[in-house]
Design a protein around this ligand. Structure first.
Ligand SMILES: [Zn+2]
Length: 318
């Protein structure tokens, strides 16, 4: 729902976050226990139950449709089948929509391996942000595994464009992922916003996790007419009409809109299959450009290499 028109504003940087990049934790992690939640799908409006399970090292994040047979879908960029209103994964007849917020929460919390069981076609939207998923992860706890964390080091600039929108990955000397996003919406309640931050468990929790998905009031009617956003309401999405935010409580945090775009990017980039060591920049981007960017990254072995934290340590010691 966030793929509306956007435009360039000035930079704002959030620096000196009180934590290390996710990639500086050398060992893979999973959940310490399983945990479940129930909610409705944003687009289907159907009730769904989701269970997050621990998973063994090197298994990655995997979705399982428990209402279908043989319905295992890895959280990988090459399993993305639709990016128009959300990021949807699919394999065969098994599709799972709106994966980006739970993937962002797992990535933000530094969870490398998890099995996500769902008895329907869409991850529950809950409150439209990643905060409820982060709460679930907190409740389940995290467990360190005896395998080194892998990261994907970007070696040269990779960029994709669509009209005025772009997304790019740039090499970086540090071991972490820094994200910069710019939007500009005609709706005065949104306008021009930008934010940049280094992804750490602390920065994700403080700066991004609570930012909700958003849409324009005029789009809601169009989506409903198309049989979409059937589960959308003011308790799970910010809705904007010109200069007015229709949600009675208003915003949760300043620049909530661009923060949500960064949250979406964290979730979409988690589909790389490992933490990126790069600077990610986007203007007016969204799920489609994020997925195209990962396809462009992995199109050439000259663009990236896989590293482990042990290898990083040896490199920096050499
Ligand atoms: Zn989103």
């Amino acid at each position: 729902m966030d793929g509306l028109s956007e435009r360039l504003p000035a930079q704002t940087l959030v620096r000196d976050m009180p934590s290390s990049p996710v990639t500086e934790f050398p060992w893979q992690q999973t959940l310490a226990s399983r945990i479940a939640c129930e909610g409705i799908g944003l687009h289907s409006g159907a009730p769904v139950r989701m269970v997050l399970h621990p998973a063994e090292a090197n298994s990655g994040i995997v979705f399982v449709r428990t209402d279908l047979r043989d319905a295992v879908v890895p959280a990988r960029h090459d399993a993305v089948v639709d990016t128009r209103l959300c990021t949807m994964l699919g394999r065969g007849k098994a599709q799972i929509g709106t994966v980006e917020h739970v993937l962002a929460a797992l990535a933000g919390a530094g969870i490398d391996n998890a099995r996500i069981e769902i008895n329907g076609p869409e991850v529950p939207i809950l409150d439209g942000s990643a905060e409820p998923f982060l709460f679930l992860i907190d409740c389940a706890g995290t467990r360190q595994l005896s395998a080194p964390r892998r990261a994907i080091r970007v070696l040269r600039k990779v960029r994709v464009e669509r009209g005025e929108a772009f997304a790019e990955l740039l090499p970086v000397a540090s071991a972490g992922l820094t994200l910069e996003f710019e939007i500009d919406f005609p709706a005065a309640a949104i306008g021009r916003q930008s934010l940049a931050l280094e992804l750490t468990p602390a920065s994700f929790r403080a700066e991004l996790a609570e930012a909700r998905t958003f849409t324009l009031a005029e789009e809601v009617a169009q989506l409903r007419a198309a049989g979409l956003a059937l589960g959308g309401n003011l308790s799970n999405a910010l809705v904007v009409r010109d200069a007015t935010i229709l949600n009675p409580g208003g915003l949760r945090m300043e620049r909530e809109f661009v923060r949500h775009k960064l949250l979406d990017a964290v979730g979409d980039l988690a589909l790389a299959g490992g933490t990126l060591q790069a600077v990610y920049r986007s203007s007016r981007g969204g799920h489609a450009l994020n997925n195209a960017l990962l396809h462009a990254l992995f199109a050439s072995r000259a663009n990236w290499r896989s590293v482990t934290m042990q290898a990083q340590t040896m490199l920096s010691a050499a």
